[in-house]
Write a protein that binds this ligand. Sequence first.
Ligand code: UD1
Length: 423
Amino acid sequence: MDKFVIKGPSILKGKVLISGSKNSALPILAATLLFDKPVIIQNLPRVKDIDTMLNLLKSLGSKIEFFNNKKKVRISKTKNPKYFASYSLLKTMRAGILVLGPLVAKYQKSITSFPGGCVLNGNSGRPIDLHLSALQKLGMKYEIKKGYIHAKSKGKLRGKSIKFPTISVGATQHLIMSAVLSDKKTVLSNSSIEPEVKELTNFLNCAGANIKWIGKRTCQIIGVKSLKETNYTIMGDRIEAGTFCVAATLTKGNLLIKGFNPKTISTELNFLKKTGARFKIFNNEIHIKGPQKIKKINHIITKEYHGFSTDLQPQFMVLLCKAIGKSSITENIFKSRFMHVMELQRLGAKISVKNNKAKIEGNTSFIGAEIMSSDLRASAALVLAAISAKGTSIVSRVYHCDRGYENIEKKLKKIGAKIKRIS
Ligand code: UD1
């Protein structure tokens, strides 16, 4: 298992090019199962989860051709589609579940393993009840046998009005793609409106789908007969961009971060402003300078979009450890997403956690230590902390980082971090 050896502290300066959004690309790739015609996807991030999704599509009979150093892919249907999504492919990546609905929508059957992915919710795991109950409302029937969901439908899925009991990014994406080829109209209310959901509806509309946002959280999908040949470029990754914005703020750095839309992280940028970071925002880039002294943020509460993103919570926690004064974070999306706390404490952080609230003392000077990644965004947070720590840190289990950050050590090295990968 690879590790990062990081010597700190470093001040990060220079240009960073943000990769395509992993969380946009994954549902879009799953949605290619709905097409008879070829689809070209550009600006794919070269990260492990994307490889896993492409392998999953291949196992389902899609033909995959790569171009441009694997950043562009052409996906076409073969004569032998398959309906079996195996545990070996879904166990590492939760988004794999998103093939279930498209398979049933297109072929009226599927056998799909329960998915894995980051453990963010303690013992409650990461359920898919919202996905399954909403798909049932579209006419899908299923049975669970030995960890697999055996699903089928009698003919096409049928449009329906569905109100999600709670907001879920994955369930919203899953239902949108499952309803695209259905009979009649589907109306999804209490939907997620994350930029990655809007990106999916943009992609499907470019391919001839009939999807409209008819209310703030209400999405209307009128079924179409088929989708047409499409060439689509994935937007820049707002979570990767937000991670580099924190990196600049944390290290008194000066970064030009290019290739994403800063409006997609405007909530988080407002918090960075409170810490003293200064920035200039352009259409597709941001120039950000870190303060000499990081001011505290009284309270961060993670919420659904436009709220503060849970995927930037661990990185902001690192920043708050170094801020002058006490701060707190309430995690509302994944109630026990605090696995990074114990590792930050090894670097000297003073944090206490009760239920879904963390209190952060601030004024911490991190000292390098051996630390271990527990999940994707936690691993990015630990890397940032190690860059700002005095001395050498060794971050283990960086395979978590590789699932979602493209070439993170190359990008960090280019802007002044002393980071090395060892196997
Ligand atoms: C997606 C993102 C992830 C991000 C999360 C929240 C991808 C690949 N992943 O994950 O990076 O952290 O959105 O912004 O895009 N829930 C249920 N039942 C369900 C589904 C979800 O109870 O059937 C719960 C979850 O446990 C969680 C909450 O709903 O507490 C939100 O999860 P959800 O929005 O579905 O997250 P994902 O789509 O899994």
